[in-house]
Write a protein that binds this ligand. Structure first.
Ligand code: FAD
Ligand code: DHB
Length: 391
């Protein structure tokens, strides 16, 4: 099989890239190791930055998002039983975010790709990227029990943190920056209307909690839990009791309970692989970088990477200049490191380290008070949360 751009992985990065290339008249083939139902149901991100919303609309993939997505103009920070609202449009000159689940973004992009785009093969597992530093890189893959080869002009590894594309970059050219955290998030989906109309990020002595949503009738909630926790260790009642404690306020706010339909634990890490390009192999999204989820940045970064790649390839085709493709890694990494900084700051601001000293607890509260008291600190949070501009 032969194509212009071989894309490994049909998460948001791979699917959106295929759509952007299709719109620009550039051929691609997407290889995805899992089946369609798995990709469409894997619960992950929920928050789209303004820039991501704009990109999906411009790509012709925004119709259902505009009908069903929920525009959010702020978040609530909760600590010491107090509540503080951060007003995004007021602090950022009009920016907001959209609550629209990653599962729905993927469903919309898959439907479009199967209807109008190039081949999207499910249960097609990439085994290795070969000849990345030549003009004709290849992806070896297995599909329907047979091994095959996809010959390409370019390969984009959108295969997430556990993918294979990264392995094709020689170790001696690679630098990895990493931090793991001694806790994870226990996430639940519950059939109950969200107890607040905006997201609530809560810092509590017992640990962090987050109230989010998927629709006006489905809540998504998270609890900080020790690293290595098994979701089944927690009964539904224990989860609700713990959420209630961590969201406690001095006023009469109340957490509504409902049937829990899903629960799972996500580990937390920060990770950056530099460079994000080797020859004609480009890494995009979680294949190149991971952020802890507290800043809601992962999916948005993946979108930034593939937009940068697609624009650079179009620039090459229109002008003959490889300048933008050559700058791909540096361009993406500037944005990646801003998101790493913000996600790290939000994580350390709101989570309880297992070995936190009383001094560190007071500093955490002082950082929160600074955000509630100083417009400059609150503005920095609002600007970072609503998104970093694409170059
Ligand atoms: P992935 O979504 O991981 O997709 C990679 C794809 O490649 C997968 O479908 C995988 O099956 C496939 N693949 C892997 N190996 C191979 C192979 N060898 N061959 C073929 N295919 C392969 N981000 C936000 O922006 N906002 C949020 O609110 C947010 N919340 C989150 C909450 C949680 C609990 C978690 C876990 C993550 C959250 N994220 C959030 C992060 C976000 O989900 C990820 O950053 C995003 O999925 C990255 O997209 P991707 O396409 O790069 O990778
Ligand atoms: C969601 C996830 C996040 O990491 C976050 O910061 C906000 C919302 C969510 O899944 O809804």
């Amino acid at each position: 099989m032969r194509t212009t751009v071989g894309i490994i992985g049909a998460g948001p990065a791979g699917l959106l890239l295929a759509r952007l290339l299709h719109n620009a008249g550039i051929g691609s083939v997407v290889l995805e190791s899992r089946d369609r139902a798995y990709v469409e149901q894997r619960q992950r991100a929920g928050i789209l930055e303004q820039g991501t919303v704009d990109v999906l609309r411009a790509a012709g993939a925004g119709d259902r998002m505009d009908r069903e997505g929920l525009r959010h103009d702020g978040i609530e920070l909760r600590f010491d039983r107090r509540r503080h609202r951060v007003d995004f449009p007021e602090l950022t000159g009009g920016r907001s975010v959209m609550v629209y689940a990653q599962t729905e973004v993927c469903k919309d992009l898959i439907a479009l790709q199967l209807k109008e785009g190039g081949p999207l093969l499910f249960e097609a597992e990439a085994l290795a990227v070969e000849d990345a530093d030549t003009d004709s890189p290849r992806v070896r893959f297995r599909h329907e029990g047979r091994e095959d080869v996809l010959e390409c002009d370019y390969v984009v590894g959108c295969d997430g943190f556990w993918g294979v594309a990264r392995n094709a970059i020689p170790e001696e050219l690679t630098q990895v920056f990493e931090r793991t955290y001694p806790f994870g998030w226990l996430g639940i989906l519950a059939d109950v209307p969200p107890s607040h109309d905006e997201l609530v990020y809560a810092r509590h002595d017992r640990g962090f909690a987050l109230l989010s949503m998927r629709s006006p009738s489905v809540s998504r909630l998270y609890l900080q839990v020790p690293e290595g926790t098994d979701a089944e260790e927690w009964s539904d009642e224990e989860i609700w009791n713990e959420l209630e404690r961590r969201f406690e306020t001095a006023d009469d706010w109340h957490l509504e309970r409902g049937p829990i339909t899903q629960k799972s634990v996500t580990p937390m890490r920060s990770y950056v692989h530099e460079p994000m390009r080797h020859g004609r192999l480009f890494l995009a999204g979680d294949a190149a970088h991971i952020v802890p989820p507290t800043g809601a940045k992962g999916l948005n970064l993946a979108v930034g990477d593939v937009v940068t790649f697609a624009r650079a390839l179009v620039h090459l085709q229109e002008t003959g200049s490889p300048e933008r493709l050559d700058a791909y890694s540096e361009t993406c990494l500037r944005r990646v490191w801003q998101a790493e900084r913000f996600s790290y700051a939000m994580t350390t601001l709101l989570h309880r380290m297992p070995d936190a000293t009383p001094f560190e607890d007071r500093i955490q509260l002082a950082r929160l008070e600074r955000i509630t008291d100083a417009r400059s600190a609150e503005q920095d949070l609002a600007e970072s949360y609503t998104g970093f501009p694409l170059e």
